[in-house]
Structure formats: structure tokens, C-alpha cells
Design a protein around this ligand. Structure first.
Ligand code: GTP
Ligand code: MG
Length: 374
């Protein structure tokens, strides 16, 4: 979504009575991170407490005028932390003269920006088309979003129907193409399945999954301090010591309120990664709202794969914590492993845990923590 780069935006959120304050704060913080990852420069944050959303604008009309006034010279876009309706978007755009975007559109934009492989690009395109389909109503403004901002001047109903048909046709083509990709994946999986143990690294976006894959396999998967860097599953062989190996898979990260269409499109990717004997759930323990992020991951996992295999909880970035906090957490989560994928802290304990999970007992001369060989 090159069109976002260097654009200036204000993040807006409406806090409704059923949302806890800390949850709301962290989701607003996350919205800022998402917008920055998508390429926006953030000019400010505006929140409003309401008992219910305004039917025409979602946010109050007074607040909206205030935002338009305040950011007249510093922002051209308002990004909402909600999935507001197409007609609300139109009303807001008309009222403020700014463009309005939803959190979902930002996430879809990041996925588009980060998609490298043909499969990932197709999956993102499909998710976007499915998301935008019901939004092609009336003024053609939504259509212009699909066409990357080219803009079509108020198409008539006939034109709209034509556009919808084109999109449906395109979705059909992509589906076929993706089915082919899924079959190829399946074949690959069968070819390499053999007797090796299969382990999937799963977790919230930016928790350190790719860094851990790199640490455990000495690979160079892309790791950056951005959301949704990884959109492909990468599988690498990992040495467990002696004659034992596992296949370790890095996966796409999760996020709260992950757009449903995205999960649908990426389902084969997720499923692929979850065909494992063991899941390592990586948690960024330095995040203040890590419990909430853990819950989001656990819930999403259950939705994708109800018959979950064994899960080991791995608390990453633990080198960031003070000994006091670390001890308190260890008491609270006695089964978790506390590591730092970045510094290598406690990786040997994780390796021991993996070996004992798979019932691997090494002779003295066989023992090693996997870092020494590859
Ligand atoms: N301090 C600290 N930072 C870490 C650690 N592990 C990873 N990071 C950093 O966290 C950021 C995200 O790491 P990634 O490995 O890309 O995270 P990911 O889970 O693969 O993220 P996505 O693919 O975007 O979902 C990077 O800046 C890493 O350098 C750690 O143990 N300690
Ligand atoms: Mg990654």
C-alpha cells in the first residue's frame, strides 16, 4: 500500500462501556503501531467515551468537527480503531474532508505491503476483495480504494453491478489458484514428513517467532520490529541432539480482532503450520498487556484447530525484565520456559524441555543444545 507511505494520520477510538480501560488503551497503542507499520506518520490520537456509537458518524459529530479543525494542517487521514460501516465512512469523509480508514484496512494494507510469495499475494488480494465487496455501494468511493486511489466518478447502478461481477470473477480465479497452491503444499508436506517431529512456533505478532526460528536453526528468517513481517510459513530442520531432528515451522502472527476474511484467506497457511506434534506458543513477556495477547492467540488457535496438540508456553524477551518481576511470573506460570531468543538466554532449558517432551534421552557424548551443530 504504497499510497500510505508518508501520509499523515490521526488515530481515533470510541470507548464504549463494555471495554475495559487498559484493554482500550493497549488497542489504541496497537493501532498506532499498525498505522506506522503501514507507512503513516501519526499526528495524534483522539478518543471519546460514549454509551453507544453515533449512528451517522460512529464518533460524535461535535468531536469529529473538533478533530477536523485541530488537524487541519497536520493530518489528511483519520484511522478508526473499529470496523465502522461504509456509510459512516462516507459521512465522515464528507464532514471532515479527510479520508477515513478502518483498523481492518490498515491490517490488510500491511499484509499487502509484506506479501512476498505469489501465494501470499493472492491470499491478501482475496482478503481485500472479500472485505471490500459489500462496501461497493453508492458513490464509487470504495471502488476507488480497490483501484488504488484512481477514483471513479459516481458510477451508476449498472456500473456497480459490473464492478461487483468483475470482483466475484476475480475471487473465483484466485480461489482456484490457491487450491492449487494448497495441493502443492500438501504434497511437499507428505514428501518431507518422514519420521521427524514437527514443531510449530505460534504467537502474537512481533513476539519473536522468527528470531527464535533463527536462534534454533541458525537460519536467517526476516525479523524486524514491525507487525506482520512474516506472512509465509518457513520450515527448517532443527537438531535436537544425537540422531534426533525436528522440523520447526515459523508462522504468521496473530492480533486481536484479526479480520475474519484474512483468517479465511490464510487458512491453508495456518493449517499447514499447525499440522504439528507440538506448538511453541511464544509470548513477548515485556509487553504490559501480554496476558491479553496470550488469550487472543489461544482463542485464535482454538478456532483454527480445535484439536490442538500439546502446547509449551515460551516467554520471550525475558532479558528485559527485572529479577523480581521474573520470579513473580515464574511462580504464576510454573510450566512456562523463560528465554531470550535475541541473547540466547535459557535456550538450553528450552531444548531440554523439547527433548523431554519427545522422550529423547541422550547419551553423554550425544548431548548438546543444538547450537553447536547444523
Ligand atoms: N529484547 C528482545 N527483543 C527480541 C527478542 N526476540 C525478538 N526480539 C525483537 O522483537 C522484534 C520482533 O521479532 P520477530 O522475530 O520479527 O517477531 P515475529 O514474532 O516473527 O513477528 P511477525 O513475523 O511480525 O509476527 C524484533 O525487533 C526482534 O529483534 C528477545 O528475546 N529480546
Ligand atoms: Mg516473523
Amino acid at each position: 500500500m504504497e499510497q500510505f507511505i508518508q501520509k499523515k494520520a490521526v488515530c481515533a477510538g470510541v470507548r464504549l462501556p463494555d471495554t475495559e480501560e487498559s484493554m482500550f488503551d493497549s488497542s489504541m497503542f496497537e493501532l498506532k503501531e499498525l498505522a506506522e507499520t503501514a507507512g503513516f506518520i501519526i499526528a495524534g490520537k483522539e478518543i471519546q467515551n460514549r454509551t453507544e456509537p453515533d449512528s451517522a458518524f460512529f464518533i460524535g459529530k461535535g468531536k469529529l468537527s473538533e478533530i477536523a479543525e485541530k488537524y487541519r494542517d497536520s493530518a489528511d487521514t483519520i484511522i478508526f480503531n473499529h470496523d465502522i460501516s461504509p456509510s459512516q465512512i462516507r459521512n465522515i469523509e464528507r464532514e471532515t474532508g479527510m479520508s477515513a480508514l478502518t483498523r481492518t484496512e490498515i491490517i490488510l494494507g500491511i499484509f499487502a505491503l509484506h506479501a512476498r510469495s505469489r501465494a501470499a499475494k493472492l491470499q491478501v488480494e482475496m482478503a481485500r476483495l472479500v472485505y471490500q465487496m459489500p462496501r461497493i455501494i453508492g458513490k464509487g468511493i470504495e471502488m476507488s480504494r480497490i483501484e488504488g486511489g484512481i477514483g471513479m466518478k459516481g458510477p451508476g447502478e449498472q456500473q456497480l453491478e459490473l464492478d461487483r461481477r468483475k470482483i466475484r470473477y476475480r475471487i473465483g480465479l484466485i480461489k482456484k489458484e490457491l487450491e492449487k497452491v494448497a495441493r502443492e503444499r500438501e504434497n511437499q508436506r507428505k514428501r518431507r514428513s518422514g519420521t521427524d517431529m514437527k514443531i510449530a512456533i505460534v504467537g502474537y505478532t512481533n513476539s519473536g517467532k522468527s528470531t527464535l526460528l533463527n536462534r534454533l536453526t541458525r537460519e536467517k528468517a526476516e525479523a524486524r520490529n514491525q507487525l506482520f513481517v512474516t506472512l509465509e510459513t518457513t520450515t527448517r530442520k532443527m537438531w535436537l541432539g544425537g540422531r534426533y531432528y525436528a522440523l520447526l515451522t515459523d508462522t504468521v502472527g496473530f492480533i486481536r480482532d484479526i479480520p475474519h476474511d484474512l483468517v479465511e484467506s490464510f487458512k491453508s497457511t495456518f493449517e499447514d503450520s499447525l499440522m504439528s506434534d507440538l506448538i511453541l506458543h511464544i509470548v513477548d513477556i515485556s509487553a504490559p498487556d501480554f496476558r491479553n495477547k496470550m488469550a487472543v492467540t489461544e482463542q485464535t488457535l482454538r478456532e483454527i484447530r480445535p484439536d490442538l496438540p500439546a502446547v509449551i508456553t515460551v516467554f520471550n524477551k525475558s532479558e528485559m525484565l527485572t529479577p523480581e518481576v521474573l520470579n513473580r511470573l515464574k511462580t504464576g506460570f510454573p510450566d512456562a520456559v523463560f528465554i531470550s531468543a535475541k541473547t540466547g538466554l535459557n535456550i538450553d532449558a528450552l531444548m531440554d524441555k523439547l527433548r523431554s517432551h519427545f522422550g529423547i534421552i541422550l547419551d553423554n557424548q550425544e548431548s548438546g543444545d543444538g547450537k553447536d551443530l547444523n
